[in-house]
Design a protein around this ligand. Structure first.
Ligand code: PLP
Length: 458
């Protein structure tokens, strides 16, 4: 890079430090040399920064660029839609892209999931789903059913509603409490760190039974819905055991409680099926989707209800779902999503995700020999390597331990862009090839080895 280009880049870095409030990013981190990384281009599975360094995008952005970067077909469709009709009051009027996308989603989601309420983000989809559940219960004659049961160690977003439901320590709830009332949290089906200190299958799925215990304790007639990520992503890629969701489904049915499955990360082929609930043979009453719906080309999300749920809202003003946002069903975002789904179907990206996922899983298993690798979990192309300080006790690295930061830097030096926290997050675009998986796993192996050596961990 010549001097002028370097100066220009430094100007941008300073401008970012002065004016760009990055999400949940500390000022201290942004102030470090290299703390503001600027990306300018991407194509396929790779992304390039302003200095011209190219990286493999191992987290597909934030678990979402499923169709891969640089799809001109989506850009062209969006351009055309913007010229034809960029916006109309979507509370009052329908558009062709919104109708087509709603029908498409009704088609690809399982069973009677068929009525689609569009919003802009996963958090909004979660807020929508819980409000839908509450109003559904009210319209069914159960005005007292307002509580939501969620799981500890879950992530459902960052609006106040979604944060209240989120069970992890994300975003330092202590600053914002009290959260919305009526949310109860039960243990997560996290076998590697079972809260009951039991082992599957001898545990008898106590984590699923805990949901019924909580309902009985609270009085089932006060519970509107149970919500969970089908496979939790952000908290650590945690696939529940096979029996978990069928058990939760029957508990909900027994007590007249709706089941909301959050597929914001898992949807659209990420786990090797269109939706992760298909692995469990369970259909939720409401499903939340976002991210891979448009592969990130434009923001769009939705809460999708079963016909049986949506039918309760049939009627006049009193039955109308009292909810809405300006950008819901935005015709340009709907166009991006429709084109994205067409690409996924044409290129068989769902079955490809299943096939490449099996290959990835086998490759990742070899990493278990590292002293810092506690567990490896993979479902389709959603995977994690869980990092531990002590393999026997499963103690994780403390927040101020340099391991995660050093590992992250080493991965980047070796050309891999991803997030390292309690896990190395692995969620490549679904177009990833076997040789790219070999390259990625080889780099993780090397970066782990180099970091362990640098910190004298053995
Ligand atoms: N639900 C799940 C399962 C998520 O993983 C996320 C975000 O990662 C959300 C909801 C919130 O989505 P958004 O960040 O688009 O609001």
């Amino acid at each position: 890079m010549n001097n002028t280009a370097n100066n220009e880049q430094m100007d941008y870095v300073q401008e970012a430090r002065d004016h760009l409030w990055m999400h949940a990013r500390s000022w201290e981190d942004m102030s470090k040399p290299g703390g503001v990384k600027i990306f300018t281009e991407a194509s396929g599975t790779r992304i390039t920064d302003i200095e011209g360094n190219s990286y493999f995008d191992l987290m597909a952005g934030l678990w979402l660029v499923n169709a891969g970067h640089g799809r001109k077909e989506i850009a062209d469709a969006v351009y055309e839609q913007m010229q034809n009709l960029c916006y109309v009051n979507t509370w009052a009027y329908a558009t062709l892209p919104a109708i087509r996308l709603a029908s498409k989603l009704a088609d690809i989601t399982p069973d009677t999931l068929s009525k689609v309420f569009f919003v802009n983000s996963g958090s909004e989809a979660v807020d929508t789903a819980t409000r839908m559940a509450k109003q559904y219960q009210f319209l069914s004659g159960f005005g007292k059913r307002y509580k939501i049961i969620a799981r500890r160690n879950s992530y459902h977003g960052s609006t106040t509603g979604a944060q209240s439901i989120t069970g992890g320590g994300f975003f330092r709830r202590k600053y914002f409490e009290p959260m919305i009332p009526g949310v109860r949290h039960v243990p997560h089906p996290y076998c590697y760190r079972c809260q009951y200190e039991l082992s599957y299958p001898d545990c008898g799925l106590l984590c699923a039974k805990a949901i019924e215990q909580e309902m009985l304790f609270e009085d089932p007639e006060t519970i509107a819905a149970v919500i969970g990520e089908t496979i939790a992503g952000a908290p650590g890629v945690i696939p529940p055991p096979a029996e978990y969701w069928p058990m939760v489904r029957s508990i909900c049915e027994k007590h007249g409680v709706l089941l909301i499955m959050d597929e914001v990360i898992c949807g659209f082929g990420r786990t090797g099926r269109w939706f992760a609930c298909e692995h469990y043979g369970v259909v939720p009453d409401i499903m939340t989707v976002a991210k891979g719906l448009s592969s990130g080309y434009l923001p769009i999300a939705a809460a999708i209800a079963r016909t049986e749920v949506a039918d309760k809202f049939k009627g006049g003003f009193a039955e109308t779902f009292q909810h809405g946002v300006t950008w819901g069903a935005h015709p340009v975002s709907c166009t991006a999503a429709l084109t994205n789904l067409a690409i996924m179907e044409r290129e068989n990206l769902i079955s490809r995700s299943a096939e490449m996922g099996r290959y990835l899983q086998n490759s990742l298993e070899a990493l278990r020999s590292h002293p810092t690798v506690g567990d490896v979990r993979c479902r389709g192309l959603l995977a994690a390597v869980e990092l531990v300080k002590d393999k026997k006790t499963k103690e994780g690295f403390e927040a101020d331990n340099p391991f995660n930061e050093k590992l992250s830097q080493r991965l980047m030096e070796l050309g891999l862009l991803t997030r390292v926290r309690n896990i190395i997050a692995i969620a490549p675009p679904l177009i990833v090839t076997k040789s790219e998986i070999d390259e990625v796993v080889g780099i993780i192996d090397r970066a782990l080895g180099d970091t362990e050596k640098a910190l004298a961990i053995n």
